[in-house]
Design a protein around this ligand. Structure first.
Ligand SMILES: NC(=O)c1ccc[n+]([C@@H]2O[C@H](COP(=O)([O-])OP(=O)(O)OC[C@H]3O[C@@H](n4cnc5c(N)ncnc54)[C@H](OP(=O)(O)O)[C@@H]3O)[C@@H](O)[C@H]2O)c1
Length: 315
């Protein structure tokens, strides 16, 4: 029998893709904000007790990095208190919690990819709350996987890909930061990898693992690295060759022609934002590769794939 899975945050970029893929490994109960408000701890407890899942997959988070600077208590409720309650309830019923975290737990002072044991030192409220969420889960005693990822985008939602395409219909020149380096990661690839791990630990694919042996933190991002500026250039390069009938692209550009002709590299100092961001937040996926034999494609291949082979629209 397939294990019961409660999927929280089913309308987010990663949550939507998980909703599509997780039924391969379990009986999924999808919970969006209308069915479960994460600022209400009692609702979280009630949902977990009602559905009594083997796995709780939490794809929800407060992800508005700049807004978090002025909304710390909401960010903390969703990124710290909610996962803490999920972990506490998971522990009570022997369920495992699969949770996502972020490259923004690091300060960006390294110049080579961060591994899971590198000391965290977040520069902003979002990163601090995500780190506190990780620590609450670790302290709960629940079986867990914390999958840290970065620079997530999809063909729906709020993300850099869609912002660049929209701006490219409005301006001839785009000024984009060149001195922040990371790994843009497609939500669909994250969902695919997380689903693969669940199959391995739930025995669905005859996998050899129990979560007791492999639980903990894993970095999970696209391979390779780039700057926001070079990511933007790659987006425009792909967009120049896109088939006219691609529905997500038509929605992203409101059917308007792209008029952007130049990307001007600027520095972080030229583009002040409420939240500070790490200059370098590339994550090493070595632990993920070794433990689960998972290799995510490099960021450029992932980006190309959304243009030539767009994901199916979900719900
Ligand atoms: N986005 C990134 O660049 C990035 C980078 C690194 C790590 N991550 C991590 O990856 C995970 C997935 O991120 P994502 O990009 O898929 O996020 P996303 O698209 O912003 O989705 C977040 C989801 O959380 C839900 N949510 C927020 N507050 C809620 C509340 N009070 N009650 C119930 N649901 C609530 C949202 O619901 P609504 O749809 O109703 O608003 C949304 O569906 C998160 O853990 C995030 O921290 C993301």
């Amino acid at each position: 029998m397939k294990p019961a899975i409660v999927l929280i945050g089913t309308n987010g970029q990663v949550g939507r893709e998980l909703h599509r893929m997780l039924p391969r490994v379990g009986e999924v109960t999808p919970l969006d904000r209308t069915r479960l408000d994460l600022t209400q701890p009692e609702e979280i407890r009630r949902a977990i007790r009602t559905f009594h899942p083997a796995f709780i997959v939490n794809a929800a988070a407060y992800t508005a990095v700049d807004k978090a600077e002025s909304e710390e208590s909401v960010a903390r409720a969703i990124n710290v208190e909610a996962p803490a309650v999920m972990a506490e309830e998971a522990n009570k019923i022997g369920a495992a919690l699969i949770h996502f975290s972020t490259d923004y737990v690091f300060d960006g002072l390294k110049t080579s990819p961060y591994d899971e044991d590198d000391p965290a030192n977040p520069l902003n409220v979002y990163g601090r709350t995500k780190l506190e969420g990780e620590r609450a889960i670790q302290a709960s005693g629940a079986a867990h996987l914390i999958l840290r990822t970065a620079w997530v985008y999809a063909t729906e939602g709020k993300n850099f890909l869609l912002t660049i395409l929209r701006l490219a219909t409005q301006r001839e020149e785009l000024r984009i930061v060149r001195d922040q380096i990371g790994a843009p990661t497609l939500a669909g690839e994250l969902a695919r990898a997380a689903t693969n791990i669940l199959a391995q630990i739930s025995g669905g694919d005859g996998g050899p693992f129990s979560l007791a042996d492999v639980g903990g933190i894993y970095h999970m991002t696209a391979a390779g690295e780039t700057s926001w500026c070079d990511f933007a250039s790659a987006i425009l390069q792909e967009a120049a060759a896109i088939p006219a009938a691609c529905p997500w692209f038509a929605a992203a550009t409101s059917g308007l022609p792209l008029i952007a002709r130049r990307i001007i590299p600027i520095t972080t100092n030229d583009y002040p934002t409420p939240a500070r961001r790490p200059a370098y937040s590339v994550l090493s996926n070595v632990r993920l590769n070794r433990t689960f034999s998972l290799h995510l494609p490099d960021w450029r291949t992932q980006l190309h794939s959304v243009f030539v082979n767009p994901p199916a629209k979900t719900h």
